[in-house]
Design a protein around this ligand. Sequence first.
Ligand code: ATP
Ligand code: MG
Length: 259
Amino acid sequence: MNLNIAIAGKGGTGKTTLSALLVRALREQGVRPILAVDADPNSNLADALGVEEGRHLADIREEGSSPEGSPASGVGRARAIEDEIQRAITEADGFDLVTMGRGEGPRCYCYVNNLLRRCLDMLARNYAAVIVDNEAGMEHLSRRTTNNVDYLIAVLNPTLPSLRAVRRILQLADQLPVNIAHKAVVVSRVGPQGLAGPIEGELAELEAQRLQNIPQDDTVEQAGAEGRSVFSIEETTPALVAVRSIAQTLCGKESAKSP
Ligand SMILES: Nc1ncnc2c1ncn2[C@@H]1O[C@H](COP(=O)(O)OP(=O)(O)OP(=O)(O)O)[C@@H](O)[C@H]1O
Ligand SMILES: [Mg+2]
């Protein structure tokens, strides 16, 4: 299996939490090894996974040009960049983490960018699953530093503004130069009262597969506030239980069920 998952959504909706919980749930289900990609410069996926962040790939990118500013070339340079990418990977039990870091500045080092993309594509093939925690604007997807995507998961909270952001993301996804096999939505932080009628109505109109809701979960919130990883939370924590069900759907072990 080679499952490529991209997580997107408005700021603060729970993308990083879902990414980290998916790593835990997929690992439990025997999907190994997993590559977690932190593609949000302001993100904290390393904390959520309880591992040290490696060197940022964006730094490799910037160093990949010669002092005069023209891109270096040649097999030696390509190999050096591949080696640097390998060294930037943080290895953990059953999963690895790579951090993109801040994107390019105003100058485009096309040679290095292309190489970096090819290296990432090659790297992704070594993993049973790749989970990319994207920034709200999906810059990495639109710059095509991401491989083809099996599932684009747009995350929202039970509010109309975040639902409208998801609608925009799904529209933008159609214009991206990336093949997206499935578009899906996840409502996170759902309270005990469920979703309001207008939100359910608008969700039903989206052209995207509806995945299991993730409940508002104080254990998860507390772990985040204390900087603890998702591996520190109880097996039976409701948000983790919900993400297990999402993981099964993504692996094709279970048909999508209504939330
Ligand atoms: N199911 C949940 N129940 C309770 N709290 C949650 C849940 N999911 C996420 N949170 C909390 O919501 C906050 C935002 O979550 P998270 O960092 O995962 O969002 P994000 O979309 O990655 O944000 P950003 O856009 O800033 O990267 C965090 O404090 C997190 O602990
Ligand atoms: Mg985040």
